[in-house]
Design a protein around this ligand. Structure first.
Ligand code: PEP
Ligand code: MG
Length: 647
């Protein structure tokens, strides 16, 4: 069960296929951006057979990143063909569209020549290539097709260019069959290149604005930055598919937070899916279907309705106490990345914030957030969840969380480099600014400060020294703050886990970050989709560390929580209770489901299961044990579907 299903309550309707035509005229842009110099090729032979269009249903298996099922047309990001609206034009607009195409040819040729001047003088061959492209941009066959589409089919310039070049490419036959012939591959590449130059000249800068959707759509991308994913809150995104990523990569974490179904790790997604293709994204199973049959669409819509009904039912019970069958209370808190999620957390029955990933405040901006800006954000979150506590984690920048405002060195292994607390201690002014903002927020509720990626006692001592310094600064400036602010640490590096008894004297609380603990203990990049199935938090090595940390915390009477993605897995949550944990933090949407799961098990049962799991020799053996002992009673939660929904 590496990727068990999750509960969600997506606010997005399961998508109907919206019309792609848009009667609005886009702004005409004719400045083409420079791009890579072309590969050495020569013009293609004239087309001679009818267009071939591949609309066979296809299915891809990826990793279920965020639950829910979405159906709709694809929009491929980073693909120039995704950056315009396919619209029909009125007859009166035909001359205008043809004029735009003529201008685009001129602009595209100018851009190609601009590249020419960038090429080394000795690359004589380049001129021949550019001459060839120059000719192709005016190729009569291409232009006849384009013109026909504008005049007879009344298609806008971008649509006509895109379709005409796609049709010519299709004349070479299906890709799989022809990819063995180098000549054909090159000719196809030529046509695609020329079509793209023309489209770039027509669309201009609009292509660079990644996510601005006019219609509900399923986003297909190689990868998505945290900013892209966050912007999906504003856009009518039904779901998304990425080529890279795993369940614990930040794209998936964000998708679950904003409750959009997603499948990640579909290596060929951007190659095989085109803008406008009908797509089904099944975030429960990790399957992506392209050009699905009517029957498959009906089924997907049924599954989507069942999932939404399931989530609604769980949500209705969200304020019931979180306790096991024998009445032992658990503390379920929320992980948040965006301030707006604090309200969502309360709404889903969270008893506070167990992890606020403050690094999202630093990402995708040109300057660092000021103390005042941070203070206002932290204060808003603290007030939203009060009287429950808010755990503010200091920035975890570096690794897979890149922030352009930090001057990070280029490292061979960023995950093992200057990341999180290491970066904070190297840039104490930036760290002190954040600490002051957090300390000031403590005047408005129960604030705890948590340090990520601690691997040595020295780091914790240094952090505490800076914390005292920040408190003195806040005091000197006359701001209010709480008398005592607990200072805790993440346990997400194996060194910290095996030294937990020692760290328990330095930190006032622990939170196990299993996403990174798995990465570092098993030496598997958390972003590696090819190794994702082996990066299991059920590995006995991980379970033993969790058990050791829980015991060390209990012996020293300090609180211990777990805030990695495994907390939101119903099977894992039951096991974690057996390993001694009583506090879990997860994406808000998963809280109702986890409450329901733990209500179905008693502590002695969970402990017996944990005891067996600790004795297993592999993650597979643990997963089999859980499937045998627990899955039957959690089967509805694992499927993520209600079975009695009328459609
Ligand atoms: C973790 O590593 O488990 C964790 C919760 O932190 P993040 O996912 O932000 O690295
Ligand atoms: Mg981490």
């Amino acid at each position: 069960m590496a990727n068990p299903p999750r509960v969600t309550n997506s606010g997005h309707p399961p998508g109907a296929y919206p019309p792609l035509e848009d009667p609005r005229l886009p702004e005409t842009k004719s400045t083409a951006a420079p791009s890579e110099p072309p590969a050495p090729v020569v013009p293609p032979p004239p087309p001679s057979v009818a267009a071939f269009v591949d609309i066979e249903p296809r299915q891809f298996k990826g990793i279920a990143g965020s639950p829910g099922v979405a159906v709709g047309p694809a929009i491929v990001l980073g693909d120039i063909r995704a950056s315009f609206v396919r619209r029909h034009i009125a007859s009166a607009q035909i001359p205008h569209e043809l004029e735009r195409i003529t201008q685009a040819v001129i602009d595209a040729k100018r851009t190609l020549r601009a590249h020419d001047s960038l090429m080394p003088a000795l690359v004589r061959e380049a001129n021949a290539i550019l001459d060839a492209y120059d000719l192709m941009l005016s190729d009569p066959t291409l232009h006849e097709r384009i013109e026909r589409k504008v005049r007879s089919e009344k298609k806008c310039a971008e649509w006509a260019v895109s379709e005409a070049s796609e049709e010519i490419v299709a004349l070479f036959g299906p890709r799989e069959a022809s990819d063995r012939d180098a000549y054909i591959v090159e000719r196809r590449h030529d046509i695609e290149f020329v079509g793209e130059r023309l489209l770039k000249a027509l669309v201009g800068d609009a292509a660079d604005h990644a996510l601005r959707l006019r219609e509900p759509a399923i986003v297909i991308a190689r990868d998505l930055s945290p900013a892209d994913t966050a912007s999906m809150v504003r856009e009518p995104v039904l779901g998304f598919v990425t080529c890279v990523g795993t369940r614990t990569s930040h794209t998936s974490i964000m998708a679950r937070a904003i409750e959009i179904p997603c499948v990640v790790g579909v290596a060929d997604a951007v190659t095989h899916i085109r803008t406008g293709d009908m797509v089904i994204v099944d975030g429960l199973t990790g399957l992506v279907q392209v050009h699905p049959s009517e029957e498959a669409i009906r089924e997907a819509k049924q599954r989507s309705a069942q999932h939404l009904a399931f989530a609604r039912r769980l949500l209705a019970a969200r304020h019931m106490p979180a306790s096991t069958r024998d009445g032992v209370a658990l503390d379920l808190k929320a992980n948040v990345e965006l301030p707006a999620e604090a309200i969502l957390a309360v709404d889903h029955g969270a008893r506070g914030i167990g992890l606020y990933r403050t690094e999202f405040l630093y990402i995708d901006r040109t300057s660092q957030p000021s103390e005042q800006e941070q203070y206002e954000v932290y204060r808003a979150i603290v007030e939203a969840v009060s009287p429950h506590p808010t755990t503010l984690r200091t920035f975890d920048i570096g690794g897979d969380k890149f922030a352009s405002t930090f001057q990070l060195p280029a490292e061979m292994n960023p995950a093992l480099g200057l990341r999180a607390v290491r970066l904070a201690l190297k840039q104490p002014d930036v760290f002190l600014t954040q600490l002051r903002a957090m300390i000031r927020a403590s005047a408005h509720g129960d604030v705890r400060i948590m340090i990520p990626m601690v691997s040595s006692v020295h780091e914790m001592r240094e952090v505490r020294r800076l914390m005292h310094h920040a408190i003195e600064q806040v005091r000197a400036r006359g701001h209010a703050f709480a008398e005592h602010i607990p200072l805790g640490m993440m346990i997400e590096v194996p060194a910290a886990a095996v030294m937990a008894d020692v760290f328990a004297r330095e930190a006032e609380f622990f939170s196990l970050g299993t996403n990174d603990l798995v990465q570092y203990a098993l030496a598997i990049d958390r972003g590696s989709e090819s190794l994702a199935s082996q990066a299991s938090p059920f590995d006995p090595a991980i379970l033993r560390m969790i058990r050791f940390v829980a015991t060390a915390a209990r012996d020293r009477s300090i609180p211990v929580a777990l805030c990695g993605a495994m907390a939101s897995d119903p099977l894992a949550a039951c096991l974690l209770v057996g390993l001694g944990l009583r506090e879990l933090s997860m994406e808000a949407a998963a809280i109702p489901e986890i409450k329901e799961a733990i209500r179905r098990i008693s502590v002695p049962e969970a402990e017996a299961l944990a005891h067996q799991a600790l004795g297993c020799e592999s993650a597979d053996a643990v997963e089999q044990l859980l499937a045998r002992e627990l899955a039957p009673r959690l089967i509805d939660l694992l499927a993520g579907l209600a079975d009695d929904v009328a459609t």
